[in-house]
Design a binder for this molecule. Sequence first.
Ligand code: ASP
Length: 429
Amino acid sequence: MKLYTKILLGMILGIIVGFAFNQFGAAEYAAYIEPIGTIFIRLVKMLVVPLVLISLILGSASLGDIRKVGKMGLKAFAFFMFTTAVAATIGIAVANIGQPGVGMPEEKKTELIAQYEEQSLQQAAEAEELAEKSELEKIFDLMVRIVPTNPFQSLAEGDMLGVIFFALFLGICITLIPPEKAAPLIKAFDGLNDAVIKMVTLAMETAPYGVFALMVGVVATLGLDILVLLFKYAIIVLLGLILHVVITHFSFIYFYVRRSPLLFLRAIKEAILLGFSTSSSSATLPISMDVAQRNLGVSREVSSFVLPLGATINMDGTALYQAVAAIFIAQVFGIDLTFVQQLTIILTATLASVGAAGVPGAGMITLALVLGTIGVPETGLALIFGLDRLIDMCRTTINIIGDLTLTSVMAKSEGETVDIQLDRDIIPG
Ligand code: ASP
């Protein structure tokens, strides 16, 4: 049986078992299974920092020109911002058409707020720290933070932007020292890179069990009644996410990369499944990197540059969800949002997605920021809290499809042919 089939089976079984736990009032037993999922996530996360560091050093050592690196960085950033803004716009459109929050009965609203008020206020408090700064200050802050004062601290804290900067700089400088000194270094990093990729491959063998356990945990604790209460909202977010993939991502793949979108999806299916079950772009990064190189045939230079950046700052699904959620909450509270307020949502959701980390639930914290800017009460977060993990799984999947789409676009724009082949055994190059 192929690994993908096993992961899918693990997921389906996990949903069934979790559902059974939920229905028979045995949700607390999921706690005995969940540690397997947590171990799996830790195993994969353990590989993120070494993989990014080593492959970026190697990648930039082979690019070898600071202008080329700068050009690629700017281009990637522009693409990220563009697709994220499109996603937020689609979110606004579907929410305006679908009107998810109109006509919610008062008692439902009170029930939801009473149930989740405490947690949502906690989220709002976390967001407040960020909110004290103006948008411009936040952008400057982000720029400043790219340069680490201590790269080892960045490595230890998983500060991806700092790691990326250090690795690129070191890689470039390796090409500037005498070749007889650079050669053994490159050889060593090359060997290390292969070893880490082997670790990713082996860790992935445990994915079916990890995914099973993760799904049991999520489904067992998910109140089904909440799904009924928020059905319309959930459907509209989902619809928006699917529309974004079809309109934006597929167009890039079909018209620019000139590949079949369905073949593209098949090539990245492991990353899709993992993004869905971990709700974390950053935990999925090793697998995204693997499918980009192995199945999409994207070079190591491009994928190891674009994907770590993408996992950190490119979040189409998150921005779209924030747009729908903001309008939903406003509608439930009976607030009519003006055109300018809706434009503000697009802008802040796009910027907030840069600030959101690729970890579960990050998008909800930055959603509090978006609500703050348009003057919608943050207690409204309580309305969507109960369903957020499920929505997170879906939006993270779209974030990852977005990252891999833009990796293919960047590869093409760098003159590579995106040669999609399923189940390549060896990573080319
Ligand atoms: N979980 C998302 C991600 O890792 C971020 C979010 O909460 O929207 O991409």
